[in-house]
Design a protein around this ligand. Structure first.
Ligand SMILES: Cc1cc2nc3c(=O)[nH]c(=O)nc-3n(C[C@H](O)[C@H](O)[C@H](O)COP(=O)(O)OP(=O)(O)OC[C@H]3O[C@@H](n4cnc5c(N)ncnc54)[C@H](O)[C@@H]3O)c2cc1C
Length: 387
């Protein structure tokens, strides 16, 4: 197997990196960091729409829907570079809902939504979790009553990140209360400005805003139903498999900066990087970052074959997010007491990113399914262990 990029792929990488370095601003990077790297806030929209115009937001999609028909490896590489240079790299519409629409929705729906997603015009927010339905999403109870030409939606969602900056809700709601739990759910796209929707902020330990979103008699046109009614749970599971593909980009940059810090900082008359314990720790994390990349390449390979990765996405998500924690712990060890300082302290090192990443790397092992749930999926779907 050849792990090297082709000359053409390296050319695209160079173009992407040159573009980001030229167009990115500290405001965009700051905004992305404060929104959990999720697309939708105003500064990010400006640069991502320019990237989208070059086909870089949805490089793997068919050309007729705004893609480049490129390999998933290129898609990964572009996203990794966006994260590395501090741009938004979490795209609900382009990377989670869009690929699900591409595989399961009607041609009419594809033609209506995909070009607007691939141009970066629209962003979605994920509407899955409810107070009683987190790890067990099949317990969701938000009601979508079939009224003929529309659904009437009532209920409450929790932890719905970016609803306050997105345009549409990628919503899972129950359309049949008599059917077995997995068979009564439908997916639909809801305009977040619809009358009857209220969005209340919930601030996480990472400082990012997620939301409680309540629906009171919200009308959703029938044409916004994704695929078939009552088959939504299967679409939701596929969308989660896409969501769990986690690029390390931002943490890879942090790792590089921590290594530079260890090389440049003198302690006891010699650089920290000469300390044998620190060298061992740095090398160990480097191995784990490399393993994360290989796990991601496996996902790219599965997608390029036309399949959707399942327990393999769970493996990559678990390993990547836990590697992110190990990168942050490395920063804590090397920066010592400085690592606890926020970027507003004049003594802060590396713009306080170790302190902030320490907090972000906790919530990343929770969203899209906790690490315990990912390990359950690996055990049952990957290894055939009993449920
Ligand atoms: C920052 C952040 C952003 C989020 N963004 C979104 C979003 O945009 N949209 C959305 O819909 N949701 C979102 N979520 C919700 C997230 O997906 C849920 O929080 C997560 O799935 C866990 O559900 P819960 O919080 O209800 O915890 P619970 O399901 O109550 O779990 C509590 C604990 O029990 C463990 N546990 C539960 N069941 C099992 C089991 N069977 N085996 C072993 N352990 C188990 C869990 O691992 C966890 O440690 C977000 C969450 C966070 C923290």
């Amino acid at each position: 197997m050849n792990f090297e990029f082709t000359a053409e792929e390296l050319e695209i990488k160079k173009e992407v990196v040159d573009f980001i370095k030229k167009e990115s601003t500290p405001e965009i990077v700051k905004e992305s960091e404060s929104h959990g790297d999720i697309y939708g806030a105003p500064e990010g929209r400006k640069i991502i729409q320019k990237m989208a115009a070059r086909g870089w937001l949805t490089p793997t999609w068919p050309k007729k829907y705004g893609g480049m028909e490129a390999s998933e490896t290129i898609g990964y590489m572009i996203r990794e570079e966006m994260g590395y240079y501090g741009l938004p790299f979490g795209f609900i519409a382009a990377h989670m809902a869009g690929p699900t629409i591409l595989r399961f929705a009607s041609d009419e729906m594809k033609e209506k939504w995909l070009p607007r997603i691939s141009s970066g015009e629209l962003e979605f927010a994920l509407g899955y979790t409810e107070p009683q339905a987190g790890s067990d999403l099949s317990a969701l109870m938000m009601e979508a009553k079939d009224m003929g030409d529309h659904f009437l939606v009532n209920g409450t969602k929790l932890f719905n990140t970016s609803c306050h900056i997105a345009d549409y809700h990628w919503l899972a709601a129950r359309t049949d209360f008599d059917a077995p739990r997995h068979k009564g759910v439908s997916m639909m796209i809801v305009d977040l400005k619809s009358p009857g929707i209220t969005i209340n902020p919930m601030i996480t330990m990472a400082d990012w805003q997620t939301n409680e979103v309540s629906y009171v008699n919200v009308k959703v046109p029938k044409e916004n139903l994704v695929g078939d009614k009552n088959k939504g749970f299967y679409y939701l599971m596929a969308a989660l498999d896409f969501e769990r593909m986690f690029p390390l980009g931002r943490y890879r940059k942090l790792f590089d900066d921590i290594v530079d810090y260890a090389k440049e900082t003198i302690s006891g008359g010699k650089p920290l990087a000469k300390d044998p314990v620190i060298r061992q720790e740095i090398a160990q994390v480097a191995i784990e970052m490399e393993a994360t990349t290989l796990l991601y390449y496996q996902l790219a390979h599965i997608l390029d074959k036309g399949d959707i990765p399942n327990y393999q996405s769970s493996m990559e998500k678990t390993f990547a997010t836990e590697t992110a924690q190990r990168i942050t712990n490395l920063g804590m060890d090397i920066l010592g007491s400085y690592s606890q300082l926020k970027d507003n302290s004049k003594h802060a090192k590396l713009q306080g990113r170790v302190e902030h990443s320490y907090r972000t790397s906790v919530v990343e092992t929770i969203y899209a399914g906790t690490s315990e749930i990912q390990r359950n999926i690996i055990a049952t779907k990957g290894l055939g262990l009993p449920r």
